[in-house]
Design a protein around this ligand. Structure first.
Ligand code: G3P
Length: 216
């Protein structure tokens, strides 16, 4: 399973990258706004840190605008993946950008049917938002399970990129379903390393080490 970090903050990206678990990065306008930096400056620095797919999101609404914007974003760096919001205009843009050899990540997916549409349009990645569906009392992981099953049934090449991941259970269940990628906040990546028995085990080993005679 590939891990992307869901952040536009280069400090967070470097911290996760140093752990050796980062295969790519996803950004969105909200994450960029938190950095207070111009988009291009932040994205290019991210590209210099991580050698993998870096999602940069379109902020226009019509297909023609998204196609032009997407081509512009893709020209920034070879690793840019153009993030396109789900919708009729978005699907037209995905079809056109795919035909030009530009990779796309369809974002704001909240149903298996939306994911099916994105695969048919030729999207490189589909981003089902698990946490936001849970937030409104629906089952985000059930959506991911159904998308994985549908893509498997028909052999679609579109990769399932699980997004809006809020906790390690979201990740574990997505991995068990065989989702290709998960994009994770730094806090969730750090949580993955934690276990109380690991902490108490280290404490005990260090305490016992004090009792081991040291060579003179
Ligand atoms: O990158 C998109 C997605 O991961 C956002 O997550 O936590 O804002 O729902 P969240």
């Amino acid at each position: 399973m590939r891990f992307f970090i869901d952040s536009a903050d280069v400090k967070e990206i470097r911290a996760a990258n140093d752990m050796g678990c980062v295969d790519g990065v996803t950004t969105n306008p909200s994450l960029l706004a938190k950095t207070g930096r111009p988009m291009k400056e932040a994205i290019l620095e991210i590209c210099s840190i991580v050698d993998g797919p870096i999602s940069a999101e379109c902020v226009t609404l019509t297909a023609d605008e998204m196609i032009a914007e997407g081509q512009g974003l893709a020209a920034w760096h070879k690793n840019i993946v153009v993030k396109i919001p789900m919708g009729v205009e978005g699907m037209k843009a995905v079809k056109a950008l795919t035909a030009k050899g530009i990779k796309t990540n369809v974002t704001l997916c909240f149903s298996p049917n939306q994911a099916l549409l994105a695969a048919k349009a030729g999207a490189t990645y589909i981003s089902p938002f698990v946490g936001r569906l849970d937030d409104i009392g629906q089952d985000g992981l059930k959506m991911v399970r159904e998308i994985c099953q549908i893509y498997k049934n028909y052999g679609y090449a579109t990769q399932v990129l699980v997004a809006s991941v809020r906790n390690p259970i979201h990740l574990l269940e997505s991995a068990l379903m065989g989702a290709h990628v998960a994009t994770l906040p730094l806090s969730v990546i750090q949580q993955l390393a934690q276990h109380p028995l690991t902490d108490s085990g280290i404490k005990k080993f260090l305490a016992d080490w004090e009792k081991v005679p040291k060579a003179k």
